[in-house]
Design a protein around this ligand. Structure first.
Ligand SMILES: NC(=O)c1ccc[n+]([C@@H]2O[C@H](COP(=O)([O-])OP(=O)(O)OC[C@H]3O[C@@H](n4cnc5c(N)ncnc54)[C@H](OP(=O)(O)O)[C@@H]3O)[C@@H](O)[C@H]2O)c1
Length: 343
């Protein structure tokens, strides 16, 4: 059942081909039609992710262009497929419910969230509890919380009292990890940036120790008062991974989640030579199941109470090229979001 008041067209950011920011164009396009099992969402806002820059640059295998990119959003349920069974109607969220979604092929295999409306699988939607949080703040949360919580809990199995090093900590995921690691009970948190100017930002967000990252920090970590770390969240990626594993204590774990350094592969990685004895290495790649498993309501309450503080930088749809230029020039320091509508 579609809503009769829906417009016939919408504005969307079309990524016309792979390439520089100029391949993204705002166009009027037909409103998407939800397919069986999908829900139509009126987008209120969406978070910006480095992954979308990578897709535009041609690093996401299997994506066909032109494509509306964007892997997450928050919005309002606006409709369902016209022909539906009684069973599917009873299982769904009512039209008008505020919801969040991320991943599930959004912006890659199916048209994404850089738009006024989008269609996603009903199974990949979570209602947003009643809250006074702004659209901008809520838009920052789905993918960031899913990735950070998943990396710390499912990837690293971070426990109260353990120490954590966040490599590439000024990214939105890194800043969120600082907050969530405290919530989990990490006793000591180290954080890195390539720039000493960002030490204060990281300390304000909960870092106990700062390491300026010129690519090799293992010696600095070894010389620090408390030495190696139990757990290491690798967000910079393959460019620093060889060094990160040397920052772990024996039986410590390194979780490779990010690729901020922009290099996808490591040449001549030798497990016996590059991995210190008894250091464990894993990777984290989040998906819809991880989003559904997230303690979503609890974390929204923590954000509302100011216990989890996420710096957010708001933009409009028209700013999308500027936003991607910021990503290309390094980015970080806040989660960037686009507010599409406050209704
Ligand atoms: N595995 C998953 O499921 C998953 C999900 C979401 C995101 N991710 C990944 O997590 C990472 C963070 O995502 P995000 O959207 O939060 O990123 P972001 O905020 O855009 O990250 C910006 C940070 O990246 C660092 N950076 C930029 N260019 C760099 C370079 N050439 N070398 C080293 N560092 C560089 C900068 O740190 P400094 O300038 O301060 O050093 C900057 O603060 C990304 O790699 C993303 O792909 C993974």
């Amino acid at each position: 059942m579609m809503q009769s008041t829906l417009p016939k067209t919408m504005r969307a950011v079309i990524c016309t081909a792979t390439g520089p920011v100029s391949v993204m164009e705002i166009r009027d396009v037909p409103l998407p039609t939800p397919q069986p099992g999908q829900v139509l969402i009126k987008v209120l806002g969406f978070g910006i992710n480095r992954a979308e820059m990578f897709t535009r640059q041609g690093h996401s295998p299997g994506v066909e262009f032109p494509r509306i990119i964007g892997i997450e959003c928050i919005g309002v349920v606006a409709g369902y497929p016209a022909a539906e069974t009684v069973e599917s109607k009873s299982a769904r969220h009512a039209v008008g419910t505020r919801v969040a979604t991320c991943m599930g092929g959004l912006g890659r295999q199916i048209p994404g969230s850089y738009a006024e409306y989008t269609c996603v699988s009903e199974a990949n939607v979570r209602p947003i509890p009643a809250t006074d949080l702004s659209v901008g703040t809520l838009a920052a949360l789905p993918e960031m919380l899913q990735t950070t919580w998943g990396s710390l809990v499912a990837g690293l199995d971070l426990r109260p009292g353990e120490s954590l090093l966040i490599r590439g900590a000024t990214s939105s995921i890194g800043l969120c990890a600082l907050q969530l690691a405290r919530k989990i009970g990490a006793a000591r948190i180290g954080a890195t940036s390539r720039s000493t100017e960002r030490e204060e930002l990281l300390r304000q967000n909960g870092a106990d120790e700062f390491f300026v990252d010129g690519g090799e920090i293992a010696k600095d970590v070894a010389r620090s008062a408390r030495g190696g770390f139990d757990k290491i969240l690798e967000l910079t990626g393959t460019t620093t991974l060889r060094d990160s594993v040397k920052c772990a204590v024996s039986k410590g774990t390194v979780c490779m989640t990010g690729i901020q350094g922009g290099e996808w592969e490591m040449e001549k990685f030798s497990p016996m030579g590059d991995l210190p004895n008894r250091v464990r290495l894993c990777a984290y790649g989040g998906g819809p199941d991880d989003f559904m498993a997230l303690p979503w309501e609890e974390l929204i309450r923590e954000v509302e109470a100011g216990k989890v503080k996420i710096p957010v930088r708001e933009f409009k749809l028209e700013d999308i090229r500027e936003v991607h230029k910021i990503l290309e020039s390094g980015g970080g320091g806040a989660k960037m979001v686009v507010v599409v509508s406050n209704e």
